[in-house]
Design a protein. Structure first.
Length: 320
């Protein structure tokens, strides 16, 4: 089968389009899936450049989203059959999705919604579990609360806006002016151009100095130390970003803030909630661009390049 293999850590050039043996079922609870589409996540390029080298043995195939069709099931598999459309996230540390076929345990599978394409479905599994974990499990966002989503145009941000709105929250987000109409269309009530205005001052103005109940951080930098200035008393900050340097949380202490740190979530149970929102029309997968699998290097350049001619909006998808 065709696959993208990493033989050494490095830049996008480390991703090699090549031929590898097709995997086969070794356990009675496994299924073999024909991958129709996958997507690109920051986790993928972090693995490619060696951020998690202690957890992997080269060569490796990375990728953390799959939308496809079951072609074979193990003898113990009862709830799935050949021809079923599924989507899921490969387990972190296992062989990934940048390939024509993938083996997984049936417990990882979710039924793909009927009202979206394979490409749309491939944009959801990893961020779906992550967004539900951030908004519902950690932040416990409630109807009528206010939320600030920093970085609303990214994969996580575009989904988080829609889920927050479906939960009944008033949504603030940040994004470039050229994307404001699209962000409003997703459900954002107020969009702040963080290149032109100070988001903390804007939130203070919009909330009459109260601040927001929840802040979702997808951008990093000094957000952990700065964001409490836009937070209401007893507010919650949930971050998806690692911390490259120590930060002063004195403002969080003054607000009696609660912090939650979330690593990307690969949970079928949490993706199930996103599936329901998609089927009910409350959430629509947002695709930035679609590349062929063999154009994987260009796809990684697209997600990593901070000086893009066209701003990123949604997920980058690979179609097989």
């Amino acid at each position: 089968m065709k696959a993208i293999v990493i033989n050494h850590y490095g830049g996008p050039e480390a991703l090699k389009f090549t031929e590898v043996p097709t995997p086969f079922i070794k356990d009675s609870a496994q299924v073999l899936v024909k991958v129709k589409a996958t997507s690109v996540n920051p986790l993928d390029y972090q693995i490619r450049r060696g951020d998690y080298s202690s957890l992997f043995n080269l060569p490796i195939i990375t990728g953390h989203d799959i939308a496809g069709e079951i072609v074979e099931v193990g003898d113990a598999v009862k709830n799935w059959k050949s021809g079923d459309k599924v989507y899921y996230s490969p387990r972190f540390g296992s062989s990934g999705s940048y390939a024509e076929y993938h083996i997984t345990d049936e417990s990882a599978l979710s039924r793909m919604p009927d009202n979206i394409t394979y490409e749309e479905a491939a944009s959801i599994p990893l961020i779906g579990g992550t967004v539900w974990e951030m908004l519902v499990v950690r932040a416990q966002l409630k109807k009528g609360e206010t939320i600030l989503i920093l970085g609303g145009a990214g994969g996580v941000g575009t989904l988080a806006i829609q889920v927050a709105k479906a939960l009944g929250a008033f949504v603030y987000t940040t994004g470039q002016s050229v994307l404001h109409e699209k962000l409003h269309d997703l459900g954002a009530d107020v969009v702040i151009d963080h290149h032109q205005k100070n988001y903390i001052e804007e939130i203070q103005t919009h909330t009459d100095g109260k601040g927001v109940d929840v802040i979702i951080d997808t951008v990093g930098g000094s957000t952990l130390s700065d964001s409490p200035l836009a937070l209401a008393d007893y507010g919650r900050v949930v971050t998806l970003v690692d911390i490259p340097q120590p930060q002063n949380l004195i403002h969080a202490w003054e607000k009696n803030a609660t912090y939650h740190f979330v690593f990307t979530r690969q949970s079928r149970d949490e993706v199930h909630h996103i599936t329901q929102l998609i089927e009910n029309g409350h959430v629509k997968p947002i695709i930035d661009s679609v590349f062929a699998l063999e154009d994987i290097q260009s796809a990684h350049q697209r997600i990593e390049n901070t000086k893009r001619e066209r701003p990123l909006f949604g997920k980058i998808v690979l179609s097989l």
